[in-house]
Design a binder for this molecule. Structure first.
Ligand code: IDP
Ligand code: MG
Length: 159
């Protein structure tokens, strides 16, 4: 059984962001609760109103898409909740909690499947690979994240 002072076990990390519509619609607690209840551990969280340049860099891979200008306008229209979550398989598992990009294709029970309708207002972001997760964490949290051991560690993981 881990003690309160044990060094945290290094596990996978992902970048999760509640988009401006999620914040405006009062869905912050609901979305965080789903990650907490799954057993993932929060390592960083802040409410921020990002600049256009910061958001364009976050979505640089999509800059040639025709929806890119609308995406940047949407994503800079209000504050977002930037978070880092930790856990085995959290990159893929986080996207399972989010659901498919298009809410019309998201299964009931997922965040997008339950809480939104339009792909251009799909309430949350999750990294799509371990490499992009680490890049996004560095982009949003250059100050670093919290290193801590959850008292639930040995109740969530066998080892
Ligand atoms: P993801 O968020 O599920 O990873 P991406 O393909 O990386 O999906 O697209 C990033 C974001 O761009 C989406 O979450 C959504 O907000 C927006 N987006 C994607 N496709 C469209 C579209 O066809 N029209 C409008 N917005 C879109
Ligand atoms: Mg993506």
């Amino acid at each position: 059984m881990a003690s309160a002072s044990a060094a945290p076990v290094a596990r996978e990390r992902t970048y999760i962001m509640i988009k401006p519509d999620g914040v405006q619609r009062g869905l912050v607690g609901e979305i965080i609760a789903r990650f907490e209840r799954k057993g993932y551990k929060m390592a960083a969280m802040k409410l921020v109103k990002p600049s256009t340049e910061h958001m364009e860099e976050h979505y640089a891979d999509l800059k040639d898409k025709k929806f890119f200008p609308g995406l940047i306008k949407y994503m800079t229209s209000g504050p977002v909740v930037a978070m880092v979550w930790v856990g085995d398989g959290v990159v893929a598992g986080g996207r399972v909690l989010l659901g498919a990009t298009k809410p019309s294709e998201s299964a009931p029970g997922t965040i997008r499947g339950d809480l939104c309708i339009d792909v251009g207002r799909n309430v949350c972001h999750g990294s799509d690979a371990v490499e992009s997760a680490e890049k996004e964490i560095a982009h949003w949290f250059p100050e670093g994240v919290a290193e801590w051991t959850s008292h639930s560690e040995s109740w969530v993981y066998e080892a």
